[in-house]
Write a protein that binds this ligand. Structure first.
Ligand SMILES: Nc1ncnc2c1ncn2[C@@H]1O[C@H](COP(=O)(O)OP(=O)(O)OP(=O)(O)O)[C@@H](O)[C@H]1O
Ligand SMILES: [Mg+2]
Length: 222
């Protein structure tokens, strides 16, 4: 269970203050498929970053399975991210000089596991996203949809319970985007808590939990 209590994130640039997330109260139950929808600048990415422990709120708290992230030090936050969170970014953020297999294995590097086991786990995920015949390709040799599937495999290789996807389809054509959404839904059906941030109204259809944001605030929840 994820719970935000009066979570607020204020960015200051000189004299200008932006409340990217403004007093958000939100509960997300295990196994839900939450879609956070809103126009550009409404605070979706900031909200995901707070849940992922990639950013800390200016005030308020973020609790995940009872642990208050705002009370963790950097080392504990790193462990939290490693164990609980898979994050799929809008622009994939794959390492261009590493192969598909190496990119997917990356999150396993710090784990106490044999090289063989790491490779087997990465291969299982690469097969699950349908890229077994691309393991030695570099990201630049893949289509956008294939790169996003590598990013999904990498996000899930640690088997985290929570999968966050920030605009997973916005850089893709409609058909490729639909395939990526189907893939995310498949992992959700296998038990992941899935949170998708998007400006694509079509994705509200697949939500079991819909959160609409405007100016950093939740303006609709269903
Ligand atoms: N690092 C930062 N420094 C200053 N302001 C920021 C920073 N990150 C975000 N903001 C501001 O916070 C607000 C919310 O940004 P955020 O990226 O969360 O929105 P978003 O809903 O994800 O938008 P998009 O759909 O364009 O991705 C915006 O007004 C943005 O300009
Ligand atoms: Mg964003």
């Amino acid at each position: 269970m994820i719970e935000l209590r009066q979570a607020t994130k204020i960015y200051r640039k000189g004299r200008i203050e932006v409340k990217a997330v403004d007093g958000v109260d939100l509960k997300i139950k295990d196994g839900e498929l939450t879609v956070i929808v809103g126009v550009s600048g409404s605070g979706k990415t900031t909200l995901l970053n707070l849940i992922a422990g990639l950013d800390t709120p200016t005030s308020g708290s973020v609790l995940v399975d009872g642990t208050d992230l705002t009370k963790l030090d950097n080392e504990q936050l790193t462990l939290y991210r490693r164990e609980k969170i898979g994050f799929v970014f809008q622009f994939f953020y794959l390492i261009p000089t590493l192969t598909v297999l190496e990119n997917v294995m990356l999150p396993l590097v710090p784990l106490p596991m044999s090289a063989k086991e790491k490779q087997e786990r990465a291969m299982r995920l690469i097969e699950a996203v349908g890229l077994a015949d691309r393991i030695n390709h570099l990201p630049g040799e893949l289509s956008g949809g294939e790169q996003q599937r590598v990013a999904i495999a990498r996000a899930l290789v640690n088997d985290p319970p929570i999968l966050l996807a920030d605009e997973p389809t916005s850089d893709l054509d409609t058909q490729t985007g639909d395939q990526v959404v189907e893939l995310l839904r498949r992992f959700h059906a296998q038990g992941k808590t899935l949170i998708i941030a998007t400006h694509d109204e079509r994705l509200t259809q697949i939500a079991s939990h819909l959160v609409r944001m405007r100016d950093g605030k939740i303006v609709e929840e269903a």
